[in-house]
Design a protein. Structure first.
Length: 234
């Protein structure tokens, strides 16, 4: 019986008529009369509004209270789309008007008793951002962090192969704090590595790998991040 079923499925997959029918079905498109489009736009806007209200309600009664329980201090007007995932035992202090537009992952290790994450006022964090804080990460006021950025004050594992094979943790000396100064703008997909200070007003282009300190009011791009221009001083 099993052999018969397998042969039948194989004949179906090889049948040109079945493939044509599948192609027609997946590419089918219903015509939308012009007279119906205003009603369709209203229905579309209604669904978007309902989705926004439901997400806001979920954030109000679920995401924000749970996240605040993981923090030492949270300022006014916290705005979340999803509840950030916090792993480990970091000390989290957040200022006013933090806006997180999607998923946020905060991880910490056990090398230091109480790793510290400090986020200032009026900070924006995009979707799918990860902050690995084993010692200290500081994000000052008015910083913009775009989607898919990774910020880490550690390497994740020991550099030396024998130590990795032995399953040893990182040493304290290998974990270096990270600071993103006031008004910096971090482009999408950027990696900020340990020991880095990004200067005030610095603009970091998308997909950069930041391995060293960046001066204030500069524009950087490429990997590793290289100065390509300077911004006007505020």
């Amino acid at each position: 019986m099993d052999t018969f079923l397998q042969g039948f499925k194989l004949r179906l997959r090889r049948s040109s008529s079945v493939r044509q029918a599948y192609s027609l079905f997946t590419k089918a498109k219903l015509p939308v009369p012009r007279a119906v489009r205003p009603v369709g736009r209203m229905f579309y806007d209604f669904l978007c509004a309902i989705g926004f209200v439901l997400k806001r309600f979920k954030s109000l009664i679920y995401s924000q209270p749970l996240f605040e329980c993981q923090c030492e201090q949270v300022g006014a007007r916290l705005s979340l789309v999803e509840c950030p995932a916090v792993h480990g035992n970091p000390s989290i202090v957040i200022g006013d008007d933090l806006n997180v537009s999607g998923s946020l992952f905060i991880t910490s290790g056990r090398i230091f008793d109480r790793p510290s994450l400090r986020i200032g006022n009026r900070v924006f964090i995009g979707h799918d951002v990860t902050i690995s804080c084993n010692r200290e990460v500081v994000i000052e006021d008015d910083v913009l962090i775009a989607a898919k950025c990774r910020i880490s004050d550690n390497d994740g594992h020991p550099i030396l192969l024998p130590e990795r094979l032995a399953g040893l943790p990182q040493t304290r000396d290998s974990i270096l704090p990270v600071r993103i100064c006031r008004g910096a703008w971090i482009g999408a997909g950027t990696f900020i590595l340990k020991g880095v200070t990004i200067g005030e007003g610095c603009v970091v282009g998308a997909n950069c790998v930041v391995t060293r300190d960046l001066p204030a009011f500069t524009v950087v791009a490429a990997a590793p991040a290289t100065i390509v221009n300077r911004t006007a001083v505020a």
